[in-house]
Design a protein around this ligand. Structure first.
Ligand code: ADP
Ligand code: MG
Length: 248
């Protein structure tokens, strides 16, 4: 592990708003997760959930949409990956690849940079290790070929930057018909980098699963008004979890 003292987050105030939030968890072992998932989490060196994980994991496992705000380094990646992977294993659905090799991921995680995309991809592979789940990536600045081959073999989870995601969608390599989860990670940075029109395009895509058949999760280190506004539009009866001070 990175040697970060996660105990330091324990005394930070957590604010939860929204209807009927589930009880926060206090350990991975008692979170009602599948044994395999707990083992993979512990093998990654995570002994105790961080505050955002304590709240986000049961919220996502309960099928709710979430806007999660917590500082950088507070464990937001596992806060969404662990419950998503658990749900995919618990309630598994057939992996679909169209005849033309067009993949239908069940989860798309959008992140602003190649570096973050690779971090999320690596963490997802650790938590899904030894399971049937396939994870793929799509990010720019590198040849399309390898990513395209990987995607066309089918993927449950796709971690992508907005530009390359749309390249693949426009080439009919990815469709949104089988989506169960959309995660917008680092929403505030995506806003600063001008990615919101791209996110809008994904959300309004004709093949995108809409309404309560899809769970939408947004994460951000800060919560400026523009992000509050987007949360209101993309999320459905969502819970808001803020760890510490998250002003604009
Ligand atoms: P954020 O997305 O909030 O910036 P990350 O998810 O990238 O934070 O996590 C920061 C670091 O802390 C990573 O190295 C990650 O592996 C580690 N980490 C996350 N959750 C835990 C945990 N519960 N126990 C130990 N290490 C953790
Ligand atoms: Mg992060």
């Amino acid at each position: 592990s990175s040697g970060i003292n996660f105990g330091k987050f324990d005394h930070i105030a957590v604010k939860v708003t929204g209807e009927n939030p589930p009880q926060a968890i206090d350990s991975f072992e008692r979170a009602n997760l599948r044994k395999f998932v707990v083992e993979n989490v512990l093998k990654s060196g995570y002994k105790k959930p961080t505050p955002i994980q304590k709240h986000a994991i049961p919220i996502i496992m309960n099928g709710r949409d979430l806007m999660g705000c917590a500082q950088t380094g507070s464990g937001k990646t596992a806060a969404f990956l662990v419950p998503i992977i658990n749900t995919l294993l618990q309630d598994s659905r057939e992996l679909i690849v169209g005849e033309n090799g067009c993949a239908q991921p069940q989860v798309i995680i959008v992140s602003p940079t190649r570096e973050l995309t690779l971090q999320i991809f690596n963490e997802a592979r650790k938590f899904a290790f030894g399971t049937v789940l396939k994870v793929a990536t799509a990010y720019g600045g590198t040849a399309v070929r390898h990513q395209s081959d990987q995607i066309s073999r089918g993927c449950h989870i796709l971690v992508a930057t907005p530009g390359r995601l749309h390249d693949f969608v426009d080439r009919n390599r990815i469709s949104f018909d089988s989506i169960r989860f959309i995660v917008l990670d680092e929403a505030d940075r995506m806003l600063d980098m001008g990615f919101i029109p791209s996110i809008e395009k994904m959300m309004q895509h004709p093949t995108m699963v809409q309404g309560t058949d899809r769970q939408t999760l947004m994460f951000s280190a800060t919560f400026p008004e523009d992000i509050q506004h987007l949360a209101g539009r993309f999320l459905n009866n969502y819970l808001f979890v803020a760890v510490g001070i998250v002003g604009g």
